[in-house]
Design a protein around this ligand. Structure first.
Ligand SMILES: Cc1cc2nc3c(=O)[nH]c(=O)nc-3n(C[C@H](O)[C@H](O)[C@H](O)COP(=O)(O)OP(=O)(O)OC[C@H]3O[C@@H](n4cnc5c(N)ncnc54)[C@H](O)[C@@H]3O)c2cc1C
Length: 164
């Protein structure tokens, strides 16, 4: 990537990325890898929403009605994520906190329960793997959950990262 530009005439670049959040920085990195001169314009690069994001890579748990087309893209992206994380770790020497730990979505009340039941049915219709758990089964997996948890959905295929 080209060095940081501080003053004088603007740098000549093949690619200018406006916004150096997680997506802008990865876009710039890939462009630079392909031999393009790349400039990132951002008063606070590396900040943005990723600083506060949870890091869920939950293509299955975060499926919504009417998003079946997006689902294909999300699943393809999730399949590529481990290699992406390994490449970035090797290059930076930093642990990205990538974990294939799955997701447990829990219901705290009857509305949550109905919502998760509906999501589970959508998973089954879409050929996705998820498992309905009772409140007791949820607490067996996560003992610190509140006693009132009414059930939950376990999705082993999801993974997570430390976005920071
Ligand atoms: C609370 C929260 C939780 C989330 N949890 C998850 C999660 O679990 N899993 C998940 O996948 N996603 C999650 N997200 C979403 C995820 O964080 C965003 O999708 C992702 O960070 C977007 O990346 P980005 O690079 O597009 O934007 P950002 O990361 O927001 O970066 C934007 C960059 O643009 C810069 N900028 C702004 N204006 C200008 C300007 N005029 N000129 C130049 N630069 C500018 C900013 O300084 C910043 O660096 C969460 C988001 C939030 C807020």
């Amino acid at each position: 990537m080209s060095p940081t530009h501080t003053s004088g005439t603007p740098p000549t670049s093949d690619v200018v990325v406006v916004g150096g959040g997680i997506i802008g920085l990865v876009t710039a990195w890939r462009a630079a890898q392909r031999g393009l001169t790349t400039t990132v314009v951002d008063p606070e690069p590396g900040g943005g929403a990723a600083q506060v994001a949870a890091g869920m890579l939950a293509a299955v748990t975060e499926l919504h009605h009417g998003e079946q087309t997006l689902l294909g893209l999300n699943l393809a992206s999730a399949r590529r994520y481990p290699d992406f994380a390994a490449e970035l770790t090797e290059l930076t020497g930093r642990d990205l906190g990538h974990r294939r730990c799955g997701t447990l979505a829990v219901a705290l009340d009857a509305d949550d329960r109905a919502h998760l039941r509906e999501l589970h049915a959508l998973h089954e219709r879409s050929g996705l793997e998820s498992q309905w758990l009772t409140g007791r089964e949820c607490r067996r997996l996560e003992p610190l959950l509140a006693p009132g948890v009414r059930g939950g959905l376990r999705v082993d295929g999801d993974h997570a990262i430390d976005p920071r």
